[in-house]
Design a protein around this ligand. Structure first.
Ligand SMILES: [Zn+2]
Length: 196
């Protein structure tokens, strides 16, 4: 099986490591003329806050769904059994977590602190503001919070480092937005809502 993958990788001109990662999938799609599903267009934060977007009103727990993380995650030092997010973003969260696992492997995710989860659904105001956080709709997630505090900027924020670029590119391919990458604060945070 691995040799078959290496043979294909040589033919399509990507690193022949025998692992089917995002690069191999993209090159395969190109070679076969398959257009990957268009990146989802999520509403803006302002639209979400109006309560009339596809995500509905805040604090509505009936639209949340639990997903089992594909690699071990810790929350405040304890293993995470499942994470609750809005049902519309759940398939993307699961797919992105699978893709980052495929890309990095469990050991590297651990080394980068990407197995430390900081929470998703939470009915609360945004840090340092009075308007509701995207967490109140279950469309935001936090990772590696200890080294990526709200006011910690690049390059101090660990998620701003070069070796985390693939992490962000994978989330962004699902339409998620990084406040760190866009605004250089709250590097722990990603959300399925555009800033403007
Ligand atoms: Zn957050």
């Amino acid at each position: 099986m691995k040799n078959d993958i290496i043979t294909i990788q040589k033919k399509i001109g990507v690193a022949a490591d025998g692992i089917i990662g995002p690069q191999t999938i993209r090159a395969l799609n190109n070679a076969l003329g398959i257009t990957p599903a268009r990146k989802p267009q999520w509403p803006t934060q302002a639209e979400v806050r109006k309560g009339t977007s596809c995500f509905g009103r805040p604090g509505n727990e009936s639209v949340l769904t639990a997903i089992v993380p594909p690699y071990p995650l810790l929350y405040e030092g304890k293993p995470v059994r499942s994470i609750r997010v809005h049902e519309l973003v759940a398939p993307h969260v699961l797919a992105a977590l699978r893709e980052v696992l495929e890309h990095y492997g469990q050991d590297e995710l651990h080394r980068l602190g990407l197995d430390v989860y900081g929470g998703s659904y939470n009915y609360r105001a945004s840090t340092g503001g009075s308007s509701l956080s995207m967490h109140a709709w279950g469309i935001a997630l936090d990772f590696a919070p200890a080294a990526n505090g709200y006011k910690v900027k690049a390059p101090r924020a660990s998620l701003s480092h070069r070796d985390c670029r693939a992490w962000w590119e994978i989330w962004e391919s699902h339409g998620a937005v990084s406040l760190g990458r866009e605004r250089d604060y709250d590097w722990m945070h990603l959300q399925f809502a555009r800033l403007c």
